[in-house]
Design a binder for this molecule. Structure first.
Ligand SMILES: *[C@@H]1O[C@H](CO)[C@@H](O)[C@H](O)[C@H]1NC(C)=O
Length: 319
């Protein structure tokens, strides 16, 4: 009798475990399919071969050029050419054609850039221009293909309410589609919420809002660690965070080192590598505000992209 009950409990436990594993690895099929299509669009070449015999079958050969970059060193450093082809700079162009760049973003389709909602509240003006394919700005001697795109419009998340930084997410629509190549290519949306991911890559040029980096104009990358729910303790409640850290909608990420270039641009991506495509990334987080860089073990909050997938997909569908 009691052993029968025990067997039942074991069975139930097994079923629950299966359920849990299935839930943890559930990925959105649309997002997975789109991610594969993006990877193929640039990094796979299919060529035809046929023997010089009449009616010989045509054989298709696929060459996969999707290779990985050098693993990220602790502390990071300047990005390599073509390493982050989804990196976008966002700025405001005035009537005289002068541009001030103040935010970063992530290309997520051929026409959409993911960024932070607060980038639309910049003292420099509204976001009306996006630069793709850049590496080191103000130079033409680097291995890059910068190209500017006018902005058609943007949609900030309806739950964003400045100066609070909850729901700090926005989708910018470009006026014309981007032609994908090695220099301009989207990142994939997340397959999961990133809770179990140990480390991330943040990138950016360190524009006005976080670190004015005048002498260093190269795109920088940095490795940051997942601090789990530590932000509940470390984050003070203030105007930006009236309710403190929200683990459902925010990632808590930081570094145990003293880093003066520890953060990317506001609005820019926090990334992980795609597990099967070494040339591809997932954008897991968006750099928000209130991010301090110079204190070791003081993690900061980033928008947790996975929570907003349904809303992002609505924006992508608008076209
Ligand atoms: C965190 O954000 C979610 C989504 O906006 C909300 O439903 C939830 O109540 C928030 N949690 C806390 C503790 O504020």
């Amino acid at each position: 009798m009691s052993s029968a009950i025990f067997a039942k409990i074991v069975q139930l436990g097994g079923a629950l475990l299966v359920l849990f594993v299935a839930r943890a690895s559930a990925q959105d099929p649309d997002i997975a399919r789109t991610c594969t299509a993006y990877k193929k669009s640039v990094w796979e070449e299919t060529s035809e071969f046929s023997f010089l015999i009449e009616n010989a079958p045509i054989i298709y050969k696929t060459l996969d050029k999707c290779t990985s970059y050098a693993p990220l060193i602790i502390g990071g450093g300047p990005a390599l050419p073509k390493e982050f082809p989804h990196a976008v700079r966002l700025g405001h162009k005035d009537d005289k054609g002068e541009v001030e760049w103040f935010c970063g973003g992530t290309l997520i389709s051929d026409r959409h850039v993911l960024t932070a909602a607060h980038c639309h509240y910049s003292p420099q003006g509204s976001v009306n221009i996006a630069r793709l394919g850049d590496l080191e700005f103000d130079t033409n001697n680097d291995d890059a293909e910068p190209e500017d795109f006018d902005v058609k419009d943007f949609t900030a998340h309806p739950g964003f309410s400045y100066p609070a930084i909850y729901n700090d997410i926005s989708v910018v629509r470009l006026i014309r589609p981007v032609t994908f190549n090695d220099y301009k290519h989207p990142a994939c949306l997340p397959f999961d919420d990133g809770r179990l991911v140990p480390s991330f890559i943040a990138i950016g040029w360190g524009q006005l809002e976080i670190v004015p980096r005048t002498e260093n104009k190269k795109l920088q990358k940095v490795k940051l660690y997942n601090y789990g729910t530590r932000c509940r303790i470390t984050a003070d409640r203030n105007d930006e965070l009236p309710e403190g850290y929200n683990a459902t909608t925010q990632l808590c990420i930081g570094s145990n080192e003293h880093k003066d270039t520890c953060n990317g641009d506001s609005g820019g991506p926090v990334l992980i590598y795609h597990k099967d495509y070494p040339c591809m990334y997932h954008v897991m987080g968006i750099t928000s505000i209130g991010v301090a860089c110079d204190t070791p073990d003081l993690p900061a909050m980033y928008t947790r992209v996975h929570f907003y997938l349904d809303w992002i997909k609505q924006q992508l569908a608008k076209n």
